[in-house]
Design a protein around this ligand. Sequence first.
Ligand code: BGC
Length: 763
Amino acid sequence: MKTLCLFGLIAASLVLPALAAGEPAVLHDKSVFVEQLLKRMTLQEKIGQLRLISIGGDMPKERLAEELTAGNVGGTFNSVTRHDNRPLQEAALRSRLQIPIFFAYDVVHGHRTIFPIGLGLASSWDMRAVATAGRIAAIEASADGLDMTFAPMVDITRDPRWGRTSEGFGEDPYLVSEIARTMVKAYQGESLGNADSLMASVKHFALYGAVEGGRDYNVVDMSPQRMHQDYLPPYRAAVDAGAGSVMVALNTINGVPASANRWLLRDLLRDDWGFSGVTISDHGAITELLRHGVAADGREAARLAIAAGLDMSMADSLYGEHLAELVGAGEVPMQTIDQAVREVLGAKYDLGLFHDPFRRIGQASDDPHDVNAESRLHRQAAREVARQSLVLLENQNQVLPLDKSARIALVGPLADSHIDMLGSWSAAGVASQTVTLRQAMQQALGTDGQLLHARGANITNDKQMVEYLNFLNWDNPEVVQDPRSAEEMIAEAVAAAERADVIVAAVGESRGMSHESSSRTSLQIPASQQALLRALKETGKPLVLVLMNGRPLNLTWAQGNADAVLETWFSGTEGGHAIADVLFGDFNPSGKSPISFPRSVGQIPTYYNHPRLGRPFTEGKPGNYTSQYFEEPNGPLYPFGYGLSYTEFSLSPPRLSAEVLSRGQRLEVSVTLKNTGERDGATVVQLYIHDEAASLVRSVKELKGFRKVWLKAGEEQQVRFDISEDELKFFDAQLEQVAEAGMFEVQVGLDSRSVQTQRFELR
Ligand code: BGC
């Protein structure tokens, strides 16, 4: 049997003595090791492990060091270099039991190299691209001494008013689940103990994306069927993929805040799903139980949260203040504390921190001289992933791709805005290291063409909005106003447009407009930019819109007036290059939107997989007494799964291997995809299923498979999908997952709206 003295030289002097003081701890056996350690811990030390502390603000480093040495901290976040983390780990190792801490951070779409925001990654429908983003983020973050990321964020979003739409992967449970699985595996690597692996803390459990009215932190009220069918699958997928941690949401669920929700954290997560990792509260969420009004005081809030199964408190003092007393009074059993501590120690064990507390921090002599050195970035990968994330929504008369010898007027407040390229939650990304569209187009044009640049407008002229967006950054405001009048800026842009062959207008939102606590009542491009666009349109020159934003905007004007529309979300460090690659045809766009684009706010929600109705609207028939709004066409402007290419694709009707699927068997659906255009390119073949009659009302269609296929001009390929009973299952009235016998439709298309159908029977 190996004992502690065999577990390596690096940490031996720091970790061995205290542990070895009692029974010999067996490092190679996780549960024995954790139990032996637990036995040696005082109640105070146990509670210390349940505290996750944010560095900065009311926790300056000096005080933190004292707390660490006193054994009062389990982990920290927001400290992101080896140089900063090393002394903190050393302080933790000076504590009586020398238990290492872990270091966490919001590495959501890249760490130093920033990849496209969640919506962008999802638009790629390419799991290799998603995995690349996740793996590189883990490599970079772990090289900075980090052990855990508060990601992936897999909240299903059907309401683009919600600012955090930008962080997630869209509206569809199947697509988001695929990405959740891919991301967890990419972050965590082959083994969590590897020096370049990060533990994933999947968030926000649960249903945060369904906050009422898209207003952040609002309530969620939802039927169990909808929860299980549509909103819970991505968290489940992340858990099944081995996510070591789960972050608990800030919202209530049917009247019970997630942070105090025993059903959620114990019955569902642990008992049903078998999760055995560590649960972490969101920022200050235990104190928020007071504001939710389910706890009368801090003591009760701490009791409710720990009883519900919330292991670690994030940036919240209540566990530290009340748990000891609650245990003393017999209101919280010691076993409850022990179980939570076990999860925290288990996570550290899995991360290899007991083997080597400096596994990711390394030795000082190996620290990078400059954490932001160019050599630490992964630019090529970022460019390749970003190119896949761009969605071409319009291309009238093939105005795109542009000619590199053209004279181009590049206008708009986002054409040269470094900070906005990053998108929200940009971890350790540095704005000045991003490539803007202006820089990239200039480079691509070289001396052949000509780029005329004018800002044309501020992102917004609404003072209140600017104040809101700069709230946390007064010293270094993110939204910088051009002091010139709107008229002057527009006149300059129009003059440039008049001299040009074509206009490229980079418009949309500042990154802060699609962020936590940035809910909007309007999905319009801000008025200042609309005025610019209308003036540009007047010039009669071809107008290409490059949209940068973190949610689907209202594009009705753009659809009717722009010649081309390219949705680029916030595309990251290499975003400018990626967009220029597409604008000039060096890369054929292949992104498909992972979320529907409503025509107006009034139409929300517009998700494609809605339940069937007794009085549905039928295209081409009068709308009276059907489910629709009478002022606007029914359905979204651009459906889920939509995106154009510079080439054309044709899809044959689906062929089925049989008309009957017997339980336990498989049925093959095949289609022939052909690139009928002149360019090589990729598209996404999407497979939807519809259950024609069931014991509960079923969705009009549900995505159950997709393939991104790259074809040379003129080439064709058979694309095959397998269907089994599993793809036909749903949660019935008893919440059993069942596939009920009867007729099903298979729908195959290149978006969710234009599909071709076949039927089969499940027997
Ligand atoms: C957010 C989380 C984030 C945490 C730590 C919270 O405000 O809701 O998504 O992980 O802060 O930064």
